[in-house]
Design a protein around this ligand. Structure first.
Ligand code: GLA
Length: 675
């Protein structure tokens, strides 16, 4: 794999100088009005209600969240700010004082009472308004031309953080509007973190450092993989602009909201941390699963985000969706994130020398998701599953490495049943191969390497050739293969397969799991692509809907399927990029459907919005393609033969631009199969 060298000068400088030298550089270049108030020296951490509650915010949610910060360990993990977003105030200002009025229904005790409650827990309170005439939800006034009274009101209430949005701004210059609020906040004398939410429209990274403590670099995040990817790619090149007291803000976290897999949420948290992004939890903590909490409280990853050197990680290499990011840390360690954007497992990485580390016989490599230390002779690589992330902290230490076991790049690779993003579908009774790779990254030899498989009950695995090795030298790879067979009577559903590795004396143990799906064969006769019949479904925004348009992030929130004014009772509502796989088992002959962009879209789409294509695939072959369909087009009749195919895959693509408002309908689908 070609690897680009990180600019040695840049990384070396960051490694050698530390924060003192950095502070000197900052003060030398700071203009007269710079916001140099000692706040947000590390990226702010906390909670904001918007991503999971929208306008449904009230004082109980905020006080419950504060309680939960304390009881769950989130406060101990560093989360401090409990932030209220849009919709907290009454529609109009107090006619006498001109001040904002907390909504009497949702905040009956007022904001000061909430701030006192939050402060009593040792936490801080954040609030929201817009640098416009109204906020984005238009339920309350904005602060444009009311900056001083609003800043003073917030200060009087004991607010510690202000998110200042950009809606209804009357086309007045951003710099002027945000600077006015900066000065108003300063005038109150209360330390208030100032979060510029200008969506990156006027390159706030170029001026934000003198105005606020953080600035949004992008439009709003949504709880979807395409959104995560697009925001990551917009934010990552802005590394030079971030530092203590002034951060790029790629928007709040979606971890736990249900639109992505746990693996994708771990990637989200890893990427935000290596980018020194603010970590603002955006999920309903009262319903958070142990898995969500374990992601949000990963102290090893949080320490990378919060490292006092305050450098945003940079891209060391990005080769066909295999990203290597590095972030120098205050104590001389380097954090590394290996992120696999693609849909197949891949082995990639970097080296200690490319990370700018001095030459040593070996280095201590801490895996920040398994929390295990090991030693590497210099290779910093991993077997990274599709959409997954391996995150390390690399430490140069002349002696400590010798007390660690050799590090393993260890992974499980399962064949994808069909080309695409669907992961592994394993029909009942059908054998498949499971490949386990073990590479010794260590300086010391790896002794007695024994990989094994953990299977669902009743499944069988037969080794194909030798699976273990008595000794694996530095850099050597052991490839182990099993033929795995689920029982013929296995019921449809989700399963998982675990790969385990033990090696050395007294014994190091690693394990990792991959998800499998045992598909349900589609029914015989003529059917309509029923929601219960698919094997896997991936959608660009929220779930695929049955007999309604895609709607938003929640299940069942669509509208009647409508293509250019024609309403359809039956069909699938997707949002690009979408892929739905059905298991035909060679029994079907054809599929027809009327496809098109749903009328549920922005009323006035701009270039790049609401354009998709529709494709039908029989196993690895594309058998029908609608060509580009836009919001102006009527329905298009797609039809294809499927004779002999094991799998049907229906795909809605983004049409070559962004996936903004790309709701694609598969209306009146007719799948014809033998009995
Ligand atoms: C904008 C912001 C969001 C959120 C909403 C509230 O879209 O970018 O983060 O604050 O407004 O209406």
């Amino acid at each position: 794999m070609p690897r680009r060298r990180l600019s040695a000068a840049l990384l070396g400088l960051a490694l050698l100088t530390g924060s003192t030298a950095l502070a000197i550089t900052e003060s030398m270049t700071a203009p007269a009005h710079a916001l140099d108030d000692g706040l947000a020296r590390t990226p702010p951490m906390g909670f904001n209600d918007w991503n999971s509650f929208g306008c449904n915010v009230d004082e109980k949610l905020i006080t419950d969240t504060a309680d939960y910060f304390v009881s769950s360990g989130l406060k101990d993990a560093g989360y401090t700010y409990v932030n209220i977003d849009d919709c907290w105030a009454a529609h109009d200002r107090d006619p006498q004082t001109g001040r904002l009025v907390p909504n009497p229904q949702t905040f009956p005790h007022g904001i000061k009472w909430v701030a006192d409650y939050v402060h009593a827990k040792g936490l801080k309170l954040g609030i929201y308004t817009s640098a416009g005439t109204q906020t984005c939800a238009k339920t309350m006034p904005g602060a444009l031309d009311h900056e001083e009274v609003d800043a003073q009101t917030f200060a009087d209430w004991g607010v510690d953080y202000l998110k200042y949005d950009n809606c209804n701004n009357q086309d007045r210059p951003a710099l002027e509007r945000y600077t006015k609020m900066r000065d108003a906040l300063k005038k109150t004398g209360r330390p208030i973190v100032f979060s510029i939410c200008e969506w990156g429209q006027n390159k706030p990274w170029e001026w934000g450092k003198d105005v606020g403590h953080l600035w949004r670099t992008t439009g709003d995040i949504s709880d979807s993989w395409p959104s995560l990817l697009s925001i990551f790619k917009q934010n990552v090149p802005l590394a030079p602009y971030a530092g203590p007291g002034h951060w790029n803000d790629p928007d709040m976290l979606e971890v736990g909201n249900g639109g992505m897999t746990a693996r994708e949420y771990r990637s989200h948290f890893s990427l935000w941390s290596i980018m020194a992004a603010p970590l603002l939890i955006g999920t309903d903590l009262r319903k958070a699963t142990p898995e969500t909490l374990s992601i949000l409280t990963n102290k090893d990853v949080i320490a990378v985000d919060q490292d006092p050197l305050g450098t945003q990680g940079t891209v060391l290499a990005s080769d066909n969706g295999h990203w290597v990011l590095a972030k120098p840390l205050k104590n001389g360690d380097v954090a590394v994130t290996l992120f696999n954007e693609t849909d197949t497992t891949a082995t990639f990485g970097t080296t200690a020398s490319a990370l700018g580390l001095p030459k040593r016989p070996a280095y201590v490599l801490r895996d920040l998701w398994t929390h295990k230390d090991a030693e590497t002779a210099g290779t910093v690589s991993g077997v990274v599953p599709a959409h997954g992330t391996v995150m390390y902290r690399v430490r140069r230490d002349s002696r400590a490495w010798a007390f660690q076991p050799p590090a393993a790049a260890f992974g499980l690779d399962l064949p994808s049943a069909v080309t695409g993003i669907s992961g592994t579908i394993t029909p009942a009774g059908r054998a498949f191969t499971a490949d386990v790779t073990t590479t010794n990254l260590g300086r010391a030899p790896m002794l007695n390497a024994r990989p094994s498989l953990g299977l669902p009950t009743g499944w069988k695995a037969e080794p194909v050739g030798r699976t273990g090795a008595a000794i694996l030298r530095t850099g050597a790879t052991l490839k182990s293969r099993w033929r795995v067979t689920p029982p013929a009577s296995e019921p449809p559903g989700a399963r998982s397969l675990t790969a385990r590795l033990s090696y050395g004396l007294p014994g190091t143990r690693l394990s990792l799991a991959e998800d499998l799906v045992v598909p349900k064969p589609v029914p015989g006769g003529t059917t309509d692509l029923g929601a219960d019949d698919w094997a896997t479904a991936h959608n660009g925004y929220g779930p695929v809907e049955h007999n309604m348009s895609n709607g938003g992030a929640k299940p069942g929130d669509g509208k009647p399927l409508t293509i250019n004014g024609t309403v359809y009772a039956k069909g699938l509502g997707t949002h690009a990029p979408a892929e739905i796989v059905y298991y035909l088992n060679g029994r079907c002959t054809s599929l027809t459907a009327d496809v098109g962009v749903d009328d549920e879209r922005d009323p006035r789409p701009v270039a790049g919005q609401s354009t998709v294509t529709f494709e039908i695939w029989a196993d690895g072959t594309k058998v029908a393609d609608s060509g580009l369909r836009t919001w102006q087009d009527g329905a298009f009749h797609l039809s294809s033969g499927l004779t002999g195919a094991s799998y049907l895959r229906i795909v809605t693509t983004i049409g070559g631009d962004t996936n903004s408002y790309d709701r694609g309908d598969w209306a009146i689908p007719v799948l014809t199969c033998g009995s």
